[in-house]
Ligand binder design. Structure first.
Ligand SMILES: [Mg+2]
Ligand SMILES: [Zn+2]
Length: 163
């Protein structure tokens, strides 16, 4: 799953502070069900704020520890988090930034999961392009229907019946 807009509420700006990090309604319920059903929980996020000089790797790591703690409190363990710190305009082209699928493929290889049995959740079309390219089923989250969505829901927990 994508992070901003799927796990935490999209604020329309960059998120690197704990006080800006508020969980999306239904994400704990979904991830708990998915974990119990045997799915691995993976976050795949573009963090171009690093390339832009807005924040650093340390801030991202601290925020991710906080995110993991919020989930742990609910009995949910995130299995893996990958982020792309790049942006073509600031750090040159990379191979990981979504809509490229490299981060998803790395995660699948590391965890030994079959992407055709996996879902990629995103609030932007580029998340779903990456997911589809990696062979996942794609889930758009939010009011606006996304291109390349196999499923489209307002809130993440609406996926539960399809797990
Ligand atoms: Mg997003
Ligand atoms: Zn990258």
């Amino acid at each position: 799953m994508d992070r901003d807009g799927v796990v935490n509420i999209e604020r329309g700006t960059f998120t690197w502070k704990k006080e800006d990090f508020v969980l999306v309604k239904g994400i704990v319920k979904l991830t708990k069900k998915a974990q119990n059903a045997g799915y691995k929980l993976v976050i795949i996020t573009n963090q171009s704020g690093i390339a832009r000089g807005l924040y650093g790797h340390d801030e991202v790591e601290v925020l991710h520890q906080y995110m993991c703690m919020l989930f742990e409190k609910e009995g949910v363990s995130l299995d893996l988090i990958y982020y792309c710190p790049h942006h073509p305009d600031f750090s040159g082209k990379c191979f990981c930034r979504k809509p490229q699928s490299l981060m998803i493929e790395r995660a699948a290889a590391r965890l030994g999961v079959d992407t055709s049995l996996s879902f990629m959740l995103g609030d932007k079309s580029r998340d779903l392009v990456a997911g589809r390219q990696a062979g996942c089923r794609t889930v758009g989250i939010g009011e606006e229907p996304l291109k390349n969505a196999d499923f489209q829901f307002r809130f993440p927990d609406e996926l539960i019946p399809f797990l």
